[in-house]
Design a binder for this molecule. Structure first.
Ligand code: FES
Length: 382
């Protein structure tokens, strides 16, 4: 509080008797503030300009509300399941899902922000005040006067009689709030794991054979996006140098010739696997996990690419140290020790895919992972 005032501060009883205008004047005086310019934003009520300003502010809040509503509707009802480019209509709408979420949420936030800015610009008094800097904490008198000043500012902004602005601002903020509530709830409404034991549940991946004896090959993603489905690039042991790593995906004969099925296998988030070929000297030092002693094929080990921390892709394999690194939070896994975590926040080893080489010389999976890949979830006990 400034020590520049020479008047004795009023008592609490006197303060209680003072009107808001008097408190505003007192506050500025006690603070050594000089109001150089303190105009009423709209001294004459109901002018065209005033109404236009009000409608402009309300328009932005309404835009925000409509965009917020569109966000919630898109989040829940927009086609979100993968559609291959073969189905041109379906693919078009599916491909707009993420942009729709971004655009609608962006416009909702922008509309609300612009509305608040416009309101502050058009209706909050644009006073010019000069104040001397003071030391020390705030006393009762300061608190009372600042509250009065704030209330006066609100009063002068005429918000009390701006029901259009209040309603549209409430609508915009309300719908945006609805969007933030809908985000965590959307996972329950559009639950991809409804069938907790099914093939698409968190317990299984695309490596699970769809019928007994089905062969599931290890395949590269060559990035081919042409109209004609390509011949899948299957892997043989000689395709990998010692000390190298290749990301592989499942391929089954039933997918041959189907662009959609081939693309789906690449899209499924728990499918990517790191196929690592250890250097022979390193392979001699491997410690295998109990019950998984035969999951490797010679020097070749296949680990899920989904980090056991929160599911980022653990895409980095460091040949010299045999460490697998997750770039998200720097967890490191030891490829010589069944990919158990040795650094960082991850606490569980990366799931290992059992592999072998079939009579044609191609790598194939010997079944699905024997545990869920990736981070923990409610039903998971380990
Ligand atoms: S997701 Fe891999 S370390 Fe966090």
């Amino acid at each position: 509080m400034s020590g520049s005032n020479e008047e004795k501060p009023p008592t609490e009883a006197e303060l209680a008797q003072m009107s808001r205008d008097e408190l505003v004047q007192l506050g500025t005086k006690l603070d050594g503030v000089e109001l150089v310019h303190y105009p009423e934003p709209w001294p004459v009520e109901g002018t065209k300009a005033e109404k236009r300003a009000e409608r402009t502010v309300a328009l932005w809040f309404t835009i925000s509300a409509i965009a917020g509503l569109a966000f919630v509707v898109s989040l829940i009802w927009w086609p979100w399941k993968y559609e291959s480019p073969e189905n041109s209509g379906g693919h078009f709408w599916y491909s707009l899902y993420t942009p729709m979420l971004g655009i609608t949420l962006g416009v909702a936030v922008l509309g609300l922000g612009v509305g608040v800015l416009m309101y502050a610009k058009k209706f909050v008094p644009q006073e010019i005040a000069v104040q001397q800097r003071g030391d020390g904490g705030s006393g009762e008198v300061d608190k009372a006067t600042i509250i009065a000043q704030l209330a006066d500012s609100g009063n002068r902004s005429t918000i009390a009689r701006r029901s259009l602005i209040k309603r549209s601002a409430g609508l915009g903020a309300g719908v945006l709030g609805l969007g933030t509530v809908a985000l965590p709830l959307a996972g329950f409404i559009r639950d991809p794991w409804e069938d907790t034991e099914g093939r698409d549940s968190l317990w299984h991946t695309g490596w699970q054979p769809q019928f007994p004896g089905e062969v599931v090959y290890l395949r590269r993603n060559t990035g081919h996006l042409g109209e004609e489905p390509e011949e899948p690039s299957l892997l043989r042991p000689e395709d990998l140098d010692a000390g190298s790593m290749e990301t592989v995906f499942p391929f089954r004969d039933s997918e041959r010739g189907s662009h959609e099925a081939l693309a789906k296998a690449l899209k499924r988030s728990d499918n990517p696997v790191m196929l690592i070929r250890l250097r022979p000297a390193d392979a001699d030092r491997v410690v295998k996990r109990k019950g998984q002693e035969d999951f490797n094929y010679g020097d070749y080990y296949a680990y899920t690419k989904i980090c056991s921390h929160v599911g980022c892709p653990t895409s980095l394999y460091e040949q010299r140290t045999n460490r697998i690194l997750c770039p998200c939070h720097q967890s490191q896994f030891d490829a010589l020790n069944y990919a158990k975590p040795v650094f960082g926040p991850a606490t569980r080893a990366l799931a290992q895919l059992p592999i072998t080489v079939n009579e044609e010389g191609y790598f194939v999976a010997r079944g699905d992972f024997i545990e869920a890949v990736g981070p923990g979830f409610w039903e998971r006990k380990s």
